[in-house]
Design a protein around this ligand. Structure first.
Ligand code: AMP
Length: 278
C-alpha cells in the first residue's frame, strides 16, 4: 500500500495509471474508519483495478461552531484498516497542502444543498463540493463511491459530476449498521453509553415509517409525525424529519417507491443523521 501526502505525487501516479488504462476507484473519507467506509472500499474494488482512499478532515465543510477541532482522528489505525482491506493508495493531505491561504475559487451547488443539512450547516456543501472537485482532479478516478448514509451529499455529488462534466461514475453504497440498527458513523464515538442507547431512536423512527408505508400509509405528514414522536420518545432533538423525492430532494405530500425519509437529530451535543429509501 502506498501513502501519498503530496498532491503532485498522487497526480503523477494517477496520470500514469490512466495512461496504462488502469481504472481507479476513489473512496473519499474523513478517516476514523469503520465498517461503513470499508464497505465502500469493497464496492470500489469490484469496479476498479486500483482503489484510492482519501482521509482528509476538510476544514471548509465545517462551520465555525462545529466539531472540526475535536473530530476523531487515528491515522495509525486507519492505515492498518486500509492495509487489511486491500486499499492500494491512501491519500493523506494536510489542510495547508489542499488550500492555498488565498484560495479564491469554490464550488457552489444552488438547489439540492439549500434544504436539509444545508439549511442547518451554512457553507457545508460548498466545502464538500470544492474538496470533491479537487479530489477528482488529483486522483483521476473513473468511479467514486459514496455512502447512502449521507444521502444529500451523494445526490449533490451526482449533480456536481453532471454539471461540471467530471468524467467519472458515482456509485452509492448501502448504509452499514450496528447489529441493533444504529448507522455506523465516526461521530458515534462522541456518544456516552446512555446516549448510544437513545441514538437508536433514529433507526426505530425509520423502521416505524417503513412499517407504516408497507401497511399502506402514503401521507408524509403522518409518517413525519410518527417518526418525530419516536425521536422524542428517545429524548432526541429533531433538526429535520422529512420525506423527499429521491432525486430533487423536494418534500412530498405522498410517499412513492424511491422516496426517501431523512432524519437529523441531536443526541446530547452530537448531531446524527439517517435515512431510508421506500
Ligand atoms: P465520512 O468519513 O463520514 O465523511 O464518510 C465518508 C464516506 O463514507 C461517505 O461517502 C459516507 O456516506 C460513507 N459512510 C459513512 N457512514 C457510512 C455507513 N454507516 N454506511 C455506509 N457508508 C457510510
Amino acid at each position: 500500500m502506498q501513502i501519498f501526502r503530496d498532491i503532485t505525487a498522487l497526480q503523477a501516479w494517477s496520470t500514469h495509471a490512466f495512461r496504462n488504462n488502469t481504472n481507479i476507484g476513489l473512496v473519499p473519507t474523513m478517516g476514523y474508519l469503520h465498517a461503513g467506509h470499508l464497505s465502500l472500499v469493497q464496492a470500489a474494488r469490484q469496479r476498479a483495478a486500483l482503489v484510492v482512499l482519501s482521509i482528509f478532515v476538510n476544514p471548509t465543510q465545517f462551520g465555525p461552531l462545529e466539531d472540526l477541532a475535536t473530530y476523531p482522528r487515528n491515522e495509525e489505525r486507519d492505515l492498518h484498516l486500509c492495509r487489511e482491506a486491500g486499499v492500494d493508495v491512501v491519500f493523506l493531505p494536510s489542510a495547508n497542502a489542499m488550500y492555498h491561504e488565498d484560495a479564491s475559487i469554490f464550488v457552489d451547488e444552488n438547489a439540492l444543498s439549500r434544504g436539509l443539512c444545508g439549511a442547518q450547516r451554512a457553507g457545508h456543501f460548498r466545502g464538500v463540493c470544492t474538496v470533491l472537485a479537487k479530489l477528482f482532479n488529483i486522483a483521476h478516478p473513473q468511479v467514486a463511491i459514496f455512502g447512502q448514509k449521507d444521502y444529500q451529499q451523494a445526490a449533490i455529488t451526482k449533480r456536481l459530476v453532471r454539471d461540471l462534466n467530471f468524467p467519472l461514475e458515482i456509485v452509492v453504497a448501502p448504509i452499514v449498521r450496528e447489529a441493533d440498527g444504529l448507522a455506523l458513523s465516526s461521530r458515534n464515538s462522541y456518544l456516552t453509553p446512555e446516549e448510544r442507547q437513545r441514538a437508536l431512536g433514529l433507526y426505530r423512527a425509520l423502521q416505524k415509517a417503513s412499517a407504516l408505508y408497507q401497511a399502506g400509509t402514503r401521507q408524509t405528514r403522518t409518517l413525519q409525525e410518527q417518526m418525530t414522536a419516536i425521536l422524542h420518545q428517545h429524548d432526541l432533538t429533531p433538526e429535520y424529519v422529512t420525506v423527499v423525492d429521491g432525486a430533487t430532494l423536494k418534500p412530498l405530500t405522498a410517499a412513492l417507491p424511491g422516496s426517501v425519509a431523512l432524519l437529523a437529530a441531536r443526541c446530547g451535543k452530537t448531531r446524527l443523521i439517517d435515512n431510508l429509501i421506500f
